[in-house]
Design a protein around this ligand. Structure first.
Ligand SMILES: C[S@@+](CC[C@H](N)C(=O)[O-])C[C@H]1O[C@@H](n2cnc3c(N)ncnc32)[C@H](O)[C@@H]1O
Length: 283
């Protein structure tokens, strides 16, 4: 009993430290999207982004389109095509070439996968709207993706991570696309919000884990989007000192071994220690 209590107390301390030190800083909207404005989707069939589905207060769709107008990206990479609504709207609002990845039913695994779609359903909306010649469709589980088989290194200016939202996949997806990102690239992580309610928890955990790995992932306000910029790629640790960060990092590596084990433990800690405490400052 005492042994269990000690174990639980240690786990609680690990979680409290992780939560305190690696929450995503919330960036000012103007520092991410210089000229944010509301955009109305030109294609609405099977739309997947807030405010049109999910939280009506989130501005994900307009943030994405405003960012595209600002960056004028030549190549956009999306992980998680679904029916292809976002690809269709990207094509209607820009000149970019789009690479998009979705697993076929027999390839898919993970928990938070949103849809299992047939080959005909994946990307149907952008094909129906006549954008097939602007799009490279990849059918692959992102876990097995070697993006450089399809595109040259450093060519992607904007990436949208929106496939499996399990934290392990979010971390995997970020590392899988890194070699394809240009020096000015921005990566958006969908379904990520500090409320960590329901489906918003796992991607947020994944992004916190990337901060532990020194990647400067930040939250975009009024949205379920986090972002990482190649121009400000490395975090200044929010821990009191970089030494503390190193100690925490070494502890995690020593006791948990790899990314996957620690992320699984984090999910468990979150479910135990955050129950009934969401949004409170003391977690
Ligand atoms: C949230 S939906 C994507 C929505 C789309 N980005 C849009 O905005 O229109 C997630 C998609 O990712 C696919 N998916 C889930 N896990 C995947 C994985 N491991 N690899 C590739 N695709 C995956 C699902 O089949 C689903 O179609």
């Amino acid at each position: 009993m005492t042994k269990e209590l000690i174990k639980m107390s240690i786990q609680k301390v690990i979680w409290a430290n992780f939560w305190k030190n690696y929450q995503l800083p919330v960036e000012e909207m103007g520092l991410v999207v210089e000229n944010f404005r509301e955009h109305t989707p030109k294609v609405s069939t099977n739309i997947c982004l807030p405010p049109f589905v999910g939280d009506p207060c989130f501005k994900d769709y307009s943030i994405l389109i405003s960012l595209i107008k600002q960056l004028n990206p030549s190549t956009i990479l999306e992980l998680g095509t679904a029916h292809g609504n976002t690809v269709a709207n990207i094509c209607s609002e820009s000149e970019a070439q789009v690479i998009t990845v979705n697993a076929l039913p027999e390839q898919i695994d993970g928990s938070i996968i949103t849809f299992t779609l047939s080959k005909e359903e994946i990307g149907k909306v952008y094909r129906d709207n006549g954008y097939e010649n602007r799009v490279t469709q990849i059918y692959e589980n992102t876990k097995n993706l070697n993006i450089l088989e399809y595109i040259p290194p450093k060519c992607v200016d904007l990436a949208f991570i929106d496939a499996c939202h399990d934290a392990e996949f979010v971390v995997n997806d970020f590392f899988k696309i890194l070699p394809a990102l240009s020096d000015k690239a921005i990566v958006l992580f969908h379904d990520t919000n500090p409320s960590v309610k329901g489906h918003l928890l796992d991607s947020y955990l994944g992004c916190m884990y990337l901060r532990l790995k020194n990647f400067n992932v930040r939250q975009i306000p009024e949205s379920s989007l986090a972002y990482w910029s190649a121009r400000q790629s490395i975090t200044n640790s929010r821990l009191i000192s970089k030494g503390m960060h190193k100690i925490f990092y070494s502890f995690v590596t020593l006791f948990y071994g790899g990314d996957e084990k620690f992320i699984r433990a984090l999910r468990w800690y979150a479910s135990v220690f955050m129950r009934g405490k969401q949004n409170k400052k003391d977690i």
